[in-house]
Design a protein around this ligand. Structure first.
Ligand code: SF4
Length: 197
């Protein structure tokens, strides 16, 4: 990604403004419940790493986000895994952020989970409700997205949401040349670029 210096206290606002729906849902759940389950922490944590959040800022972010937890529990049960994601523990692998294909096809979320891809894993009712509450889409925009989802074109649905929310002409995609969403971090970077260029 691009070299943006992201501090822990900037993360929530950046997610709301620039992240794709899968990551917005995780960020929102984390804010509301002060916790995320393991797969959610993996999906969101690796995304933050690729956004450019350093290990120091990631530890500050997660410690603050798990607001109802003692320092002792945080250190014992969570710190290792966060450091592990950055390649600082265990096998010392610098794990890549998960692509859309990875998120859509592996670690399918159960009913109590918040990770995964909303276009792939939500019921049409929940997706429709989230599209209007989170993005204020009108019914025509929602139906268009739901039709892509029904056809199994999740990346088309996600790309269309990007276009609508960034006032990009239909079909122009992430880069103005029809690029469709294949990775949550590319979505973030293109959204950032539109605002900052
Ligand atoms: Fe996230 Fe990719 Fe699904 Fe979009 S298509 S919500 S970026 S997993």
């Amino acid at each position: 990604g691009e070299a943006i210096q992201i501090r822990a206290e900037m993360v929530n606002a950046l997610i709301k403004k620039h992240a794709p729906m899968c990551m917005r849902q995780l960020g929102q759940t984390l804010e509301e419940r002060k916790h995320l389950k393991y797969q959610g922490r993996m999906q969101f944590g690796l995304f933050l790493k690729e956004m450019g959040v350093t290990i120091e800022q990631a530890l500050v972010f997660w410690r603050r986000s798990f607001a109802n937890m003692t320092d002792d529990k945080f250190t014992k049960e969570y710190k290792y895994n966060i450091r592990h994601n950055y390649g600082l523990e265990g096998k010392r692998v610098d794990y890549p952020a998960r692509s859309c294909a990875r998120i859509i096809t592996q670690d399918t979320p159960g009913p109590q989970d918040n990770h995964g891809c909303p276009f792939r894993h939500y019921s049409p009712q929940n997706l429709s409700a989230s599209l209007s509450s989170t993005y204020q889409l009108n019914s025509q925009q929602s139906s268009e997205i739901l039709a892509s989802v029904k056809a199994g074109h999740y990346h088309v649905a996600c790309t269309r949401l990007f276009e609508i929310t960034h006032k990009v002409q239909k079909g122009k995609g992430l880069d103005g040349n029809g690029e469709s969403v294949s990775h949550p971090n590319r979505y973030f970077e293109k959204s950032w670029k539109i605002e900052h260029e």
